[in-house]
Design a protein around this ligand. Structure first.
Ligand code: ADP
Ligand code: GLC
Length: 493
């Protein structure tokens, strides 16, 4: 049978520029745009958070109905700046809340997250099989992370069903809830089993994807291997090894329009690989804005990201007293664990001339750091893909990274160069420890003072192809594969 995927339902809990808390938001927004540009009939489905409803364009109400005793309306709109159709699932009880999609303003998870995303999953299932009479059925449903994890399981119950793909963006977040949540969701009792949704006496949303999706993938080839080991598998390595033949890795791309130093409206001095001298003005602006001494020569490191153990913030905090003894500056932007934020603030008080810390979320400052810093520090314990190291490369800001996941797949250290035509585009920490971080930063600083070699590395980093173009084709091939697999496992054939 000739099969071709045309109708794609892309399900996520965030998408830039409607709502973003991290890399998933960036990927959902930019991958959907790339797939739409390949002329696929793609619909992105998201919860109708108030901020998303404000930002979308050409909003129209499609249908209202009652799902699991809740009133739901589906709105259709366009993702700003794209031709991507967005379906927004409005349910006031669950999604009409200000702030973060997952947490309250104290940083605590919303207590009804299982019910919120459980309902979201049911509605995605309904849209996929045209249960609400919208006149459109999905060939493939592409689910992302635990918030959409129940969808492959729910669809597996349907006889005539679309194929399902489940992408792991971060195995550290599994959507685990007590048994009462399983009961509240009225899921059939047979699913309370360790080979299904149960995980150590808890309900696991992510297992709905990992057990039932026709294809599983993650966001870099190295992470796809790592998660099959106890060190990185977060307890799910056995299941992932069992489904090895259905598991692969596709490296994330980046939105090279949003992250383009030549056109970026959030930075004061635009530049490209031929006008790299202008980058210096962004550095001076950043120093001024963050009240660091303005010094064109001093190596300036940037760090943007969640302040959590995953990102190695604890090790950076331990390395700082030693690192800051030498001439260098560091700018940190992030939100997350208050103990890390407090330690960083304390260190910034001790070293006001060398360390500037901004605790908060600021898209504009993130761009200014990428443009103004000389180097970008990203010593993650694990990193499914990581986007900031790629944004840094595009801005000629050389990343200093650990050798894990997508960081290992995107950064080449000078020591790895075998061929004289190859040029390194960053620095890789050889031994993952406080000492290892200090050693790598020192190596980068030494190279920074060798101007011609630094320039060469900056240009190599800026010239890399990090677009979605080829990677979107890889997703299409994955969808085709999922469709084949779904047909071969279906009992109606
Ligand atoms: P993760 O998704 O694990 O947090 P990524 O590197 O994939 O890590 O993506 C993080 C994204 O979130 C980047 O676009 C980064 O710039 C952004 N980001 C993270 N923290 C902040 C912050 N405090 N302010 C602005 N942007 C942030
Ligand atoms: C997750 C990962 C990050 C990845 C992002 C987008 O948040 O932590 O490494 O880049 O998803 O896939």
């Amino acid at each position: 049978m000739q099969m071709a995927v045309t109708n794609i339902l892309f399900a996520a809990s965030e998408a830039y520029p409607l709502v973003k808390t991290g890399g998933l938001g960036d990927v959902a927004g930019s991958l959907c745009r790339a797939l739409r540009n390949l002329n696929k009939d793609l619909r992105l489905v998201l919860p109708a958070y108030p901020m998303a409803m404000e930002v979308v364009r050409h909003k129209k109400r499609l249908v209202s109905f009652v799902q699991d005793e809740e009133s739901v309306t589906i709105w259709q709109a366009l993702l700003p700046g794209t031709r991507v159709t967005v379906l927004l699932v409005a349910c006031d009880k669950y999604f009409d809340r200000e702030g973060n999609p997952y947490q309250d303003d104290q940083g605590e998870d919303w207590p009804d997250n299982a019910e919120r995303f459980g309902l979201f999953c049911r509605v995605i299932e309904g849209i996929a099989i045209d249960h609400y009479g919208l006149g459109w059925r999905a060939d493939v449903v592409h689910c992302n992370d635990w918030q959409t994890g129940l969808v492959p399981m729910l669809l597996a119950e349907q006889r005539q069903r679309p194929a399902t793909v489940f992408t792991i963006h971060n195995l550290g977040y599994q959507g685990l809830f007590p048994f009462t949540a399983f009961q509240n969701l009225k899921l059939p009792a047979i699913y309370w089993h360790h080979e299904r949704l149960e995980y150590h006496k808890q309900l696991s949303f992510i297992k709905g994807g990992l057990v039932y999706a026709d294809r599983i993938n993650t966001v870099s080839p190295t992470y796809a291997q790592e998660i099959q080991t106890p060190k990185f598998g977060c307890g799910l390595e056995g299941l992932l090894m069992h489904r090895q033949s259905r598991l692969s890795g596709i490296l994330n791309g980046i939105d090279t329009d949003v992250w383009n130093p030549g056109t970026d409206k959030l930075i004061s001095h635009r530049y490209n690989s031929k006008t790299l001298n202008r980058k210096l003005n962004n550095k001076l602006d950043l120093q001024r804005q963050l009240r660091l001494p303005e010094d064109p020569e001093i190596p300036l490191l940037g760090k943007v990201g969640r302040l959590v153990k995953q990102k190695g913030v604890d090790l950076v905090i331990k390395a700082l007293p030693e690192l800051l003894k030498q001439p260098m500056q560091l700018v940190v932007l992030g939100t997350g664990d208050t103990r890390f934020a407090d330690s960083l603030r304390k260190l910034a008080k001790q070293w006001p001339e060398k360390l500037a810390v901004y605790i908060g979320y600021s898209e504009a400052l993130a761009h200014r750091i990428e443009a103004g810093a000389d180097m970008f520090l990203m010593p993650s314990r694990y990193e499914p893909c990581g986007l900031n190291q790629m944004y840094s490369q595009r801005y000629g800001t050389l990343p200093i990274v650990s050798a894990v996941g997508g960081l290992a797949d995107t950064v080449t250290d000078p020591s790895m160069i075998k061929d004289k035509n190859e040029i390194a585009d960053g620095f890789v920490i050889a031994n993952y420890s406080v000492k290892g971080i200090i050693e790598a930063v020192n190596r980068a600083i030494e190279r920074y003072h060798d101007k011609p070699s630094w320039r060469q590395m900056q240009r190599a980093a800026m010239h890399k192809d990090m677009t979605w173009k080829d990677r979107a084709h890889e997703y299409l091939a994955l969808y085709e594969q999922a469709l084949k697999d779904s047909r071969s496992s279906a009992d109606y054939e």
